[in-house]
Write a protein that binds this ligand. Structure first.
Ligand code: NAI
Length: 462
């Protein structure tokens, strides 16, 4: 029986980062992972493969739509689906092997198999029981199911099946106008599929800025994606490789049916904690299955901690990573901490959507006085040159103090631009601090500065 300071359960972004950080801080660490490769959902069937397909299909879109205008002509691009899948798989392989290398470098032992916790201080993997002073559960999440909808990962798929279809579908119904639905929907639309998104609410990407959501819908519609909003999916039925989706419009309760050769179920995810033995151990969970933790990620059982998608908060890889680092530091006797007020969210479509901090909706709800600085990419020279002028930057600042409270960007490289604002927020900056910072010309980031100027005396290029 091996004795460890820490055993981390799960090698996704939360778990592997936690294991590496703890090892760097001098702890003897093992990480249990049952998949054949490290990296969890994110690297194997989530963030990384979807970004590869988003990149490839964006290149295709550029070639089909913008090359001619820039004076590049000639051969019409053709999709070799097998090769595109191989490229995606190669990207996954490079990343998962990279973590294996980091484990070796940092002397983190990979315990291969699925873990259970028979009692505090013990982790069972296969027939072996390992002892650990502390245990961190980083077991992640799985797609949540929808009543009446049976996933077969061939015709009715989750994001996992959607990333590895045998061939690009001709007609796709996407259930859920959230992050997964719109990223995967974009991929299929760029490959030439007819894509229809059915969303329960009257808007897309709930929780994001409402103005961004509206602009986003308009731009995606221009890219050929259809939307049915305010519609609840009731059931799907598969016959001879075709699916019929039945949904009800909420405004008049009328029932409708649509046919598709692929249905993507993207209606959220739920914590994955199966087989860990939480109940037997006495670990408290919420009704939604999230493990209850305190500020230091401690569960109701001494010596057992939990982080990432398995606990409360946004289901984001980088939130899990930060919690992984924080709990490792806490276990090493340091003061690990995550600032939940500054966790960016990014949707990797084209254009990208990025947000951080408060929205106008949350500020109104809290009765806080705020001002809005907005700048359109139409006024940004670089965006114009790159066919990327659709969208805007919106900064929300405290009306009295000018302190930045949140930001919402739809536009080119929004997912990178947002970090300038994240750093500013971490340092408690005012909009004026951003506005007075020299920004290189011509860059997209000038739009961020202009939005900051718009919080004060006004932007220059609008
Ligand atoms: P989501 O919560 O983002 O969106 C689900 C959508 O489905 C919501 O808009 C909801 O109103 C709708 N919906 C629920 N039931 C429905 C029904 N019966 N009929 C029609 N619509 C219905 O969840 P999603 O997109 O599945 O993503 C899961 C998680 O993974 C999220 O927490 C997301 O943040 C994360 N993720 C993050 C990515 C990123 O950071 N770029 C990429 C992919 C996933």
């Amino acid at each position: 029986m091996a004795q460890f300071d820490l055993i981390v359960i799960g090698a996704g972004p939360g778990g592997y980062v936690c294991a590496i950080r703890a090892a760097q801080l001098g702890l003897k660490v093992a990480c249990v992972e049952g998949r054949e490769t490290l990296g969890g959902t994110c690297l194997n069937v989530g963030c990384i493969p979807s970004k590869a397909l988003l990149h490839a299909t964006h290149m295709l879109h550029e070639a089909e739509h913008n090359f001619a205008e820039m004076g590049i002509g000639g051969v019409k691009p053709k999709v070799d689906w097998k090769k595109m899948q191989a490229y995606k798989d190669d990207v996954i392989g490079q990343n998962t092997k990279g973590i294996e290398f980091l484990f070796k470098k940092n002397k983190v032992e990979w315990l291969k198999g699925w873990a259970s916790i028979p009692e505090a201080g013990k982790v069972k993997v296969g027939d072996e029981v390992h002892e650990a002073k502390n245990i961190v559960i980083a077991s992640g999440s799985e797609p949540s199911s929808l009543p009446g909808v049976e996933v077969d990962e061939k015709v009715v798929v989750t994001s996992t099946g959607a990333l590895s279809l045998g061939r690009p579908p001709g007609n796709v119904m996407v259930i859920g106008g959230g992050v997964i639905g719109l990223e995967m929907g974009s991929i299929f639309a760029r490959l030439g599929a007819k894509v229809t998104v059915i969303e329960y609410l009257d808007r897309l990407i709930p929780g994001n800025d409402a103005e961004v959501a509206k602009t986003f819908q308009r731009i995606l519609k221009k890219q050929g994606i259809e939307f049915i909003l305010g519609a609840a999916v009731q059931a799907t039925e598969v016959k001879r490789n075709k699916a019929t989706v039945t949904y009800r419009l909420r405004k008049d309760d009328s029932e409708h049916k649509l046919e598709a050769d692929c249905v993507l179920v993207a209606t959220g995810r739920r914590p994955f904690t199966e087989g860990l033995g939480l109940k037997e151990l006495g670990i408290e969970t919420t009704r939604g299955g999230q493990i209850k933790t305190d500020r230091h990620y401690a569960t109701s059982v001494r010596g057992v901690y939990a982080i990432g998608d398995a606990i409360a908060g946004p289901m984001l890889a980088h939130k899990a990573e930060d919690e992984g680092m924080a709990v490792a530091e806490i276990l090493a006797g340091q003061a690990g901490h995550v600032n939940y007020g500054v966790i960016p969210g990014v949707i990797y479509t084209h254009p990208e959507v990025a947000s951080v901090g408060e929205t106008e909706e949350t500020l109104k709800e809290a009765g806080r006085a705020y001002k809005v600085g907005k700048f359109s990419f139409m006024g940004n020279g670089r965006a114009k040159a790159n066919f990327a002028a659709d969208g805007f930057v919106k900064i929300l600042a405290d009306k009295e103090t000018d302190r930045i409270l949140g930001a919402h960007i739809i536009g080119p490289m929004a997912g990178d631009l947002i970090h300038e604002i994240c750093v500013a927020m971490e340092f408690g900056a005012a909009a004026e601090d951003l506005a007075r910072t020299c920004h290189a010309h011509p860059t997209y980031s000038e739009a961020v500065r202009e939005a900051a100027l718009a919080c004060g005396d006004g932007p220059i290029h609008a």
